[in-house]
Design a protein around this ligand. Structure first.
Ligand code: ADP
Length: 366
């Protein structure tokens, strides 16, 4: 099956062409300012003949979408209704969908939702402790994101350990520009660090992650900031960028190695938050087979991996410095042989996972 995968994000449009699950072509249109234009340009970059389907990454699927879904007018309308829950993400995903449906009207189009993998969260994890009626009326719940990546990486981790995913408990740490942690029990997401939006949880490139909600009220009342300005502060001017001026972990590491105090603080705040989530998810899972790092920072930044897991020997978690610092690229173990808990690095491949889920859906429905 020939599948085009489209990941229409805020600053870039990623695309990939897959034949029977294998990547055959792909690209990234970077620093996009006009998405419609970028998508039209994309049409010249690949050969659409014989295309069986287009798989779209859609960030927010709300409570309704728990599986990949064939797009028709009704589904597009339902995804549009979710825009208030994901105002920074769903509109761009919808633009991609709209354009591809116009350009390729005879090709089935499938939405694969970032939230879907987390629909197995139990009420204790999915519920925020606020007035339950206010929450229900307004769709306030923990939805979780990066689901495609957590699903793929936890499954690959089980394979790396020679285990059936149904028997493996894994803590997955997706550390990219956005970052989230997930506790996976037997292949199912049971807890995750992002919530109503991708702002909650870990410290990210430009996002704050967890803060006391009172910070928002304080900035509004005492600094005279409007909600749009606060939203911009927490999404674009916080995280690593807010702490030291750089959102790229490579720069943070370089400056820290040169003795830059701000970069060192940014690194420490970033890593400490991940450690806290590892501890919390260990307690939730009870038994952990592996902790797995993925995405740009997780796959490449050995100092981050070492700092995150330092001091967890009593939990059976140890990182072997030589394995950790080796320049390997693929799926690998970085814990000493025979460790109680395996520590793994698994490169994520969200586009491949979207292609697989898209072709699985078509096979089931045809
Ligand atoms: P996205 O969330 O946009 O998919 P990625 O998973 O590609 O992002 O992660 C991008 C981030 O990964 C960069 O901003 C950078 O901080 C980090 N990164 C990439 N390569 C390295 C590296 N060699 N060392 C440390 N950090 C890296």
């Amino acid at each position: 099956m020939k599948i085009l995968v489209l990941n229409c994000g805020s600053a870039s449009v990623k695309w990939g062409l897959f034949a029977d699950g294998v990547s055959v072509d792909g690209g990234l249109i970077d620093r996009v300012t006009n998405h419609a234009q970028a998508l039209r340009e994309l049409m010249f970059e690949f050969d659409p003949s014989g295309l069986d389907a287009v798989g779209h990454r859609v960030v927010h699927g709300g409570l309704r979408f728990t599986t990949p879904t064939l797009l028709d007018d009704h589904v597009v309308e339902a995804v549009t209704k979710l825009v208030p829950l994901a105002p920074l993400h769903n509109p761009l995903n919808l633009l991609g969908i709209q354009l591809m449906r116009q350009q390729l009207p005879d090709v089935p189009q499938v939405a694969v939702f970032d939230t879907a993998f987390h629909r197995t969260l139990g009420p204790a994890q999915a519920t925020y402790a606020i007035d339950i009626e206010v929450a229900q009326e307004n769709g306030i719940a923990r939805y979780g994101f990066h689901g495609t990546s957590h699903a793929y990486v936890s499954r690959r981790t089980a394979a790396l350990l020679g285990k059936d995913p149904a028997d493996a408990n894994v803590i997955t740490l997706h550390l990219g520009n956005g970052a989230s942690a997930c506790a996976v029990r037997g292949g199912l997401s049971v807890a995750t660090s992002m919530g109503l939006s991708p702002l909650e949880g870990l410290v990210m490139g430009t996002r704050s992650g967890d803060i006391d909600p009172a910070v928002v009220f304080h900035l509004h009342r005492h600094a005279g900031m409007g909600f749009d300005a606060i939203e911009d502060l927490l999404n674009q001017r916080s995280g690593l960028k807010g702490l030291c001026g750089d959102n790229d972990m490579r720069e943070v590491l370089r400056r820290r190695a040169e003795g830059d105090e701000r970069a060192a603080l940014a690194f420490d705040v970033y890593c400490a938050r991940v450690t806290e989530y590892v501890g919390a998810y260990y307690a939730l899972l009870g038994r952990v087979d592996a902790v797995t790092f993925t995405a740009g920072v997780g796959e490449n930044a050995a100092p981050v991996r070492a700092a995150v897991l330092a001091g967890l020997e009593r939990m059976g978690i140890t990182v072997d410095p030589a394995h950790n610092e080796a320049s390997d690229r693929g799926e690998r173990l970085i814990s000493p042989d025979g460790s109680e808990v395996a520590v793994c690095v698994v490169p994520t491949d969200e586009e491949c996972e979207i292609a697989t889920q898209t072709s699985d859906l078509l096979t089931r429905t045809q």
